[in-house]
Design a protein around this ligand. Sequence first.
Ligand code: NDP
Length: 316
Amino acid sequence: MTESANGAGGDAPGDDDPDATTIIDGESVAADVRADVAAHVETLADAGVTPGLATVLMSDDPASETYVSMKQRDCEEVGIESVHVEIDADAPADELYETIDDLNDRDDVHGILVQLPVPDHVDKRSVLRRIAPEKDVDGFHPENVGRLVAGDARFKPCTPHGVQKLLAAYDVETEGADAVVVGRSDIVGKPMANLLIQKSPVGNATTTVCHSRTEDLEGKLAAADIVIAAAGMSEFVDGSMLKPGATVIDVGINRVEAETEKGYELVGDVDYESATEVAGAITPVPGGVGPMTRAMLLHNTVKAAGIQSDVAIDLD
Ligand code: NDP
């Protein structure tokens, strides 16, 4: 690989060769975020407040069940109280709405997360609007989306916020950089692009958002200093498409069949092997963005507890 185009090369802990590709270690940065969260939990405890996160699961999907139990475990580790509500996947939508109303009213619950996707008979938009904006730790309520776009974010959505933290931790220069975000979903692509264009630290990038109707994706990727891949297509970005020295953040988590105990393995949207040959810095899958998404949920929950209990908590 050649020298980093945007200042990311060679600054990872233990990286002695300045020309080596930096492997962005999401586990390590996430551990720092969790330590920071744990310190804020103590500040809240001194003020008599225990932060609480409610998770709501209305699904039989084993993957959703796993995600929710991981979130509960994460909470426990840093001293956040977790409340869990399970609703039968066939239950009427009203049952979910009433659950959200109850959680909105509870003083011991500072953050509410409804695990997506919800069943087809439940309107996702209505669910997201029902959660009190000050408890919306996913950052999906229209009020919080609007605040983010306006440059006055309350809760930044966990995945793009986690990506921002990774870029900051590895001193990736975003100001003036050409960034390409592949994907325009409400939970990753759009908020990611919005964060990158803000006039703020880890912003000020010239940002192109690509999607399934984009023409000449290859040309756009070839010119990008920073690539954020979030299309949900296994290994579709390879090294030959990248600008030498680019920073590559692989958000994708895709299951592909493999001869493992589980019968599958997880791969990203980026072909890691070929991309590592060209990139200045790259996130692995797993171990890159995934741990950051989980850590930022804790960050947002503690921030929410601070806001609701009037305790000064200095978190972005
Ligand atoms: P969505 O399916 O909601 O969005 C995918 C996006 O990719 C869409 O905007 C789609 O375009 C675009 N896309 C599809 N095909 C192409 C193509 N050929 N060229 C360019 N763009 C394309 O996915 P999510 O945003 O929810 O998730 C993306 C990936 O990130 C998934 O693998 C998911 O599992 C993973 N993920 C990982 C997280 C983590 O913590 N690491 C957290 C959240 C998600 P269009 O809008 O036109 O359909």
